[in-house]
Design a protein around this ligand. Structure first.
Ligand SMILES: *Cc1c(COP(=O)(O)O)cnc(C)c1O
Length: 235
């Protein structure tokens, strides 16, 4: 099973590289995050064996546990929704929090970061398609939120944007969303807001990462295509 995971990872990485070449981007511009949520530590170790260092988790407790248990230090990304009372679990463990979507959450991150005298890198999660079921701020709320966080919170560094596109049968359906996210990123970058650098665009999952890379993603978060289908309790 371990070799399958390694082969899957290499295949996804290869597809990203080919896509980059096709659209005239450099493969180094795109970071592949292996989304290991619900998967055992042994699966992560298989990838560590082939020098993978970027992993994504969506539950803070799970990130914390795996962080404490891995054989070699790796970089864990908090990609899922973060409740304010869970910030303390991951604040000094996640290299990047992808899911900041409110002033309330940012204020708690600031408080916990200040306490520990650390700086925290975050992305703003955008609910670009405006789906009811999703976390994230609307397109219109992004700039005001960024300005407020950048002005108020000295321990938080906004590094870019993240989105979870809708689940669709044909990934082409998400192209306008990825394109729109890229435009939004460039627009905010051009505003040169103090303490904000728009260098990261986190978008694209198993179903649609190729299209996301074509449209300018600098981080893709891929789980199923690497580790296989997830089993949730009770299934
Ligand atoms: C689970 C998850 C992913 C990966 O999803 P796959 O479809 O398995 O690749 C990416 N991003 C977030 C935020 C997730 O929760």
């Amino acid at each position: 099973m371990g070799e399958v995971i390694q082969d899957n990872y290499r295949a996804v990485r290869e597809k990203i590289n080919e896509t980059c070449k096709k659209v005239g981007r450099k493969p180094e511009e795109v970071t592949l995050i292996a989304v290991s949520k619900t998967k055992p530590l042994s699966d992560i170790e298989k990838l560590i064996d082939i020098d993978v260092i970027e992993f994504g988790e969506n539950k803070p407790q799970e990130l914390r546990e795996k962080f404490d248990e891995v054989s070699t230090p790796v970089r864990f990304h908090q990609i899922g929704h973060l409740q304010t009372n869970k910030v303390k679990y991951i604040i000094n463990k996640a290299v990047l929090i992808h899911s900041v979507d409110s002033i309330k959450l940012a204020s708690v991150i600031e408080k916990e970061a200040e306490k520990r005298d650390i700086h925290v890198n975050v992305l703003i999660e955008v609910n670009y398609a405006g789906e009811d079921t999703k976390f994230g701020v609307s397109k219109e709320e992004v700039v005001p939120l960024i300005k407020e966080i950048a002005e108020k919170y000295r321990h938080i560094h906004i590094r870019g944007l993240m989105t979870i596109a809708p689940f669709v049968d044909d990934p082409e359906e998400n192209r306008p969303i990825f394109k729109g996210m890229h435009e939004l990123l460039l627009d905010i970058k051009s505003q040169n807001i103090d303490n904000v650098d728009m260098s990261i665009l986190s978008m694209g999952m198993t179903n649609d990462y190729i299209v996301a890379v074509e449209e300018g993603a600098t981080m893709v978060r891929v789980g199923t295509a690497i580790f296989g289908e997830r089993q949730y309790k009770g299934e």
